[in-house]
Ligand binder design. Structure first.
Ligand code: AMP
Ligand code: GLC
Length: 454
């Protein structure tokens, strides 16, 4: 079958079955994304004002966190030069104020939990329970209608309500998203690809603050769920990870005991200690989702420096290096499913077999193309309309390498007892924005897989 045929048949299968998926528990990070589409002249003027020599060092090497405006601007340049995403905590009040005054073009739902809640609950109709660390009116207003619930204590009793009925006005956790298109020019740099830099002006998600309603009722919340997706560990640091990790470990034990498959949405995690700790927890997850920068950063803490470099050396990313890295990760941790996504293709390594793994990836790629095209996926019809987006041509060479190395056929191969599933993705030439596409991919593929299993 051609890839177009495989796409179309996978979409139909997932659409017809997605309503059969039970509740998905989503924890922990939800925030507001203030999206700013960058202008070269504006950015250049800002860099000049701070002094190019003060800014440029951070475009060579990212700071650990942002404590000044030159660090902010240098970090934005770091992303632009490489066409790679990055996210850092903004510690200083004055830099937060600078960002606020710089402004934004659009406010959107942010955080893995928020984005996935709107997609799964608001678009696919799959019921979700979401952890929202702070529920301001602004935050509540960004949730779509649909079976999206947050726990609320009323007279000592726990109720599940739609965020719009939570009626608390807590703080707004704002992440400033600096988006740039491919070919974006500033100083002597040109972005090889569209992407974004995120400055998180947020003290809750960055510390992985977990609400009491959630902590003290976790068993009950888990009981009513069929699947779980965990995210938001990325902003933790060596200083603050211990307490939240204890809670997460306890939550994972509850999920494991109840046989609820949990997916970890890995995200760019600058702190090495935290990355190592996450690696130690991976075995408790059924599944993990990540991109090339994230996979390389894990190889790095596993001592696989050469492999880490290889993952970042080529465009498109070398699929044999990716497979090697996924195998090492699966063998070290015991995680049952690794879903790798990069610009142009996805790979999944699973310790179980079946076409449904590949079909779920195809569904996810359609959802991703819809998200790239529109910025927001409003309905399942938006997803099917992405069928018009062409399949990435560069992925043919990637597929060729996989066929040669692993005898892959129709995107399915076998290696060391694992199934390796591959799909070429649909690439939107001029995406509206890039933020949240990874979450769209991972949640659609994970939940899509369970829709097809039943
Ligand atoms: P992340 O960096 O984890 O948010 O994931 C971004 C992912 O989005 C990439 O790995 C690509 O697979 C996908 N992606 C990025 N840009 C586009 C685009 N223009 N069209 C379709 N998919 C895209
Ligand atoms: C991270 C960011 C959040 C963004 C999300 C998109 O969680 O903190 O602002 O919406 O990634 O994937």
């Amino acid at each position: 079958m051609s890839w177009e045929e495989l796409y179309s048949s996978a979409f139909k299968k997932v659409r017809d079955n997605i309503a059969s998926v039970g509740r998905v528990l989503l924890a922990y990070n939800t925030n507001i994304d203030a999206i700013k589409y960058l202008y070269g002249r504006d950015l250049e003027e800002r860099v000049n004002k701070e002094g190019v020599e003060n800014v440029l060092p951070y475009s060579e090497e990212l700071p650990e966190r942002i404590t000044s405006v030159p660090e902010l601007l240098g970090s934005i340049l770091w992303s632009i030069r490489r066409g790679k995403a990055a996210e850092l905590f903004v510690e200083s009040c004055s830099t937060r104020f600078y960002m606020k005054r710089w402004g934004w073009d659009e406010l959107r739902m942010g955080g893995q939990v928020g984005i996935m809640a709107n997609l799964l609950g608001g678009v696919y109709g799959v019921p979700v329970i979401a952890h929202v660390p702070q529920l301001s009116k602004l935050q509540a207003g960004l949730f779509k209608d649909g079976p999206i619930y947050v726990p609320k204590l009323e007279g000592g009793k726990l109720k599940l309500v739609h965020p719009s009925e939570f009626s608390g006005d807590e703080e707004s956790c704002i992440h400033y998203i600096y988006e740039f298109p491919r070919g974006f020019r500033v100083l002597d740099f040109e972005a090889p690809r569209e992407n974004r830099f995120i400055g998180a002006a947020d003290d809750y998600n960055t510390n992985l603050f977990i609400r009491d309603e959630f902590k003290s009722n976790f068993e009950g919340l888990a009981d009513s769920s069929e699947l779980a997706i965990i995210s938001g560990l990325q902003a933790l640091t060596e200083e603050n990870y211990r307490e939240p990790f204890e809670t997460i470990r306890a939550h994972l034990e509850v999920l494991e005991e109840k046989g609820i498959p949990a997916h970890l949405e890995f995200a760019f995690t600058p702190d090495e200690t935290v990355r190592r700790e996450i690696l130690g927890l991976l075995g408790k997850f059924w599944s993990v989702g990540l991109n090339e920068v994230e996979l390389a950063s894990i190889m790095d803490v596993m001592g696989e420096k050469a492999l880490a470099e290889k993952l970042l050396a080529n465009d498109p990313v070398d699929p044999i290096a990716v497979t090697e890295a996924m195998l090492k990760l699966a063998e070290k941790t015991g995680v049952r499913r690794i879903h790798f996504h990069t610009y142009g293709y996805y790979l999944a390594l699973t310790d179980y077999k079946g076409e449904f793994v590949r079909d779920a990836l195809l569904f996810a790629a359609l959802a991703a193309a819809a998200k790239a095209k529109l910025g927001d996926v409003r309905s399942i019809d938006d997803v099917v309309r992405a069928m018009d987006v062409p399949v990435n041509e560069k992925a043919a060479a990637v597929e060729g390498a996989l066929v040669k190395e692993y005898g892959m056929k129709d995107g399915i191969g076998e290696i060391d007892g694992y199934q390796l599933s591959f799909i070429p993705t649909k690439i939107v030439a001029k995406p509206k924005s890039t933020v949240g596409i990874g979450d769209t991919i991972s949640s659609s593929a994970f939940v899509g897989e369970f829709a097809l299993r039943e």
